[in-house]
Design a protein around this ligand. Structure first.
Ligand SMILES: Nc1ncnc2c1ncn2[C@@H]1O[C@H](COP(=O)(O)OP(=O)(O)OP(=O)(O)O)[C@@H](O)[C@H]1O
Ligand SMILES: [Mg+2]
Length: 511
């Protein structure tokens, strides 16, 4: 048998800058010379961090984020449980991190990192990230509405209609106003002009909208929209800013946050120029609880995700999916993930055993390990690692005892105060409610049906939709005879904008 330390050290050695993952373990012992690294440039070849609960996935993420930041690379992390906020504080000088460093034979230097805390639409602490409905696009919206293929296509038609008629869809009240109109007697006449849109489908969409409004959509959709370039910042000391999207407050809204993450990725894809392979990524994006994105996804949606992941690499962006078992990620996406950090899997139930078998089958045979035994027996904070070497070839699997994070392995202190002190707060802290579809429909239709009190002035903050103003919306659209007149007016044309935005520029054209 080849010498373990020599084989690993050679397979993982790099010339250029690299991230240190940990040290190889063989026959129960750490080998301090078996240094396991991943070249910085290979972080755009994407990756998977998987493992059962409590096995060390988040700490692995934390360590990668720290080292990327130190190398000047901006990082985005989805902080589902809030524990990644600890990146903003130095680690404890006693405790598991120190012990781990000693086991690996390396010094432990605690450090805090430049962190920007974000939140979804201001739900929970963090600078609010918002998107307009039109920018989010019909496909992602369909995904959060749990729409089927037909409903997804219908949404596409509705977005195009809004675009043609110059009705900006900014927040959910705009979408509700438009759907309500299309569901009304007057609106039904319009449907014939919107090829293939069934009245029944409009009704279904209108009903499913309630769930999204109550499920965080009211807060998330609207303006000011988050500018994705704000994820690409570097701190004055040259370290990459780590944007932590704080998700604990929306843990019960998993489809909303996973879809919002995909929107951010889509934005990056659209905004960034082609750069080819870089020595240093522009951004590395960690997508936690990634399985949520793929649950019940339509084929069209999965195609878009696969496409984005494939193509975003040439924009200098690396994407890491974090999930419990690899089979949570569809094979087409999995095939794009060059770097794999697989923490321990459990095999308690027959389903677990099946997932384990599937995971084992994705590894080549190893001259040092029985992969099935390895995957179930690794300790906490250890992982089976295989990466793409700087020559672009997969490295042999190595049982790795991972480096400890240098920052705190627990939530940071005051996330709220930190977010409010950020310069981004001035730009995104307060919602604005511009003239949009709802007000346009309302203003025009007011004399016909609407009680004036139900229609706020354009500058007023968007009220939370209540049963009462949902009803009012209905009444407004009920008197929609004037709509056609308005839609053809110059004002209608003037506000026309490209609201037919597909998922990724690709789709934009074909829609
Ligand atoms: N690299 C590491 N060095 C030192 N300790 C570690 C390391 N990784 C994990 N641990 C220990 O294991 C604990 C659990 O790790 P972590 O929170 O990363 O698990 P997880 O896989 O993210 O779990 P969950 O699925 O529940 O979120 C940590 O609190 C820490 O004590
Ligand atoms: Mg975790």
């Amino acid at each position: 048998m080849a010498d373990f330390t020599q084989t690993i050290a050679a397979a993982y050695s790099t010339e250029g800058p690299a991230l240190d993952l940990g040290r190889g373990v063989h026959e129960g012992a750490v080998s301090p010379q078996a240094v396991v690294t991943v070249p910085l440039g290979m972080m755009t070849r994407h990756g998977l961090v998987a493992g059962a609960t409590g096995t060390g996935k988040t700490k692995t993420l934390q360590g990668l984020a720290e080292q990327l930041s130190s190398a000047g690379v901006p990082v985005f992390v989805a902080d589902v449980k809030g524990d990644l906020s600890g990146l903003a504080a130095p680690g404890a000088t006693d405790g598991p991190a120190v012990k781990r460093a000693a086991e690996l034979g390396i010094p432990f230097t605690p450090a805090a990192f430049p962190v920007e805390f974000l939140s979804l639409g201001g739900i929970g602490p963090g600078v609010p990230v918002r998107a307009t409905v039109s920018d989010f696009g019909p496909q992602l919206l369909a995904k959060i509405l749990k729409a089927n293929e037909t409903q997804e296509q219908s949404l596409g038609l509705i977005f195009r209609y809004a675009d043609q008629k110059g009705l900006p869809l900014l927040d959910l009240s705009d979408l509700r106003a438009l759907l309500t109109f299309l569901d009304s007697e007057a609106g039904k006449a319009e449907l014939t002009g919107i090829g293939g849109l069934a009245s029944a489908t409009v009704g279904v969409l209108l009903r499913t909208l309630v769930g999204l409004e109550d499920g965080g959509g009211t807060e998330f959709f609207g303006e000011p929209q988050f500018q994705i370039a704000d994820l690409l910042r570097v701190a004055p000391d040259g370290r990459g800013v780590i944007s932590c999207l704080e998700l604990p407050a929306v843990q019960d809204k998993p489809v909303l946050f996973s879809t919002a993450l995909m929107w951010m990725l889509a934005e990056l894809f659209e905004e960034l120029p082609e750069v080819g392979d870089l020595e240093k990524p522009k951004l590395v994006f960690f997508f936690d609880e990634a399985h949520l994105l793929f649950d019940d996804a339509t084929d069209a949606f999965l195609d878009s995700v696969t496409q984005t992941v494939r193509l975003i690499r040439s924009k200098g962006v690396g994407v890491f999916f974090v999930t419990q078992v690899p089979k949570d990620v569809p094979a087409d996406v999995l095939g794009q993930l060059g770097n794999r950090v697989q923490h321990a899997l459990r095999a308690f139930t027959p389903d677990d055993a099946k997932a384990l078998k599937a995971a084992v089958s994705t590894y080549p045979t190893s001259e040092f390990y029985d992969i099935g035994a390895l995957l179930t027996q690794m300790g906490i904070g250890e992982a089976a690692v295989t990466i793409l070497s700087s020559r672009g070839v997969p490295t042999p699997v190595v049982h790795t005892r991972m480096l400890p994070p240098r920052s705190r392995m627990a939530p940071a202190g005051d996330v709220d105060a930190a977010a409010k002190a950020s310069p981004l707060w001035a730009r995104y802290g307060t919602r604005v409610d511009a003239q949009s579809a709802r007000e346009m429909l309302a203003a025009r239709l007011q004399p016909a049906a609407a009680p004036a009190a139900a229609m706020p002035a354009p500058a007023a903050p968007a009220p939370k939709p209540t049963a009462a103003n949902r009803q009012a919306g209905k009444a407004v659209a009920g008197g929609a005879a004037i709509l056609g007149q308005f839609l053809n007016s110059r004002q209608g044309k003037a506000v026309q904008r490209d609201v037919v935005r597909g998922f990724f520029g690709l789709l934009k054209k074909s829609l």
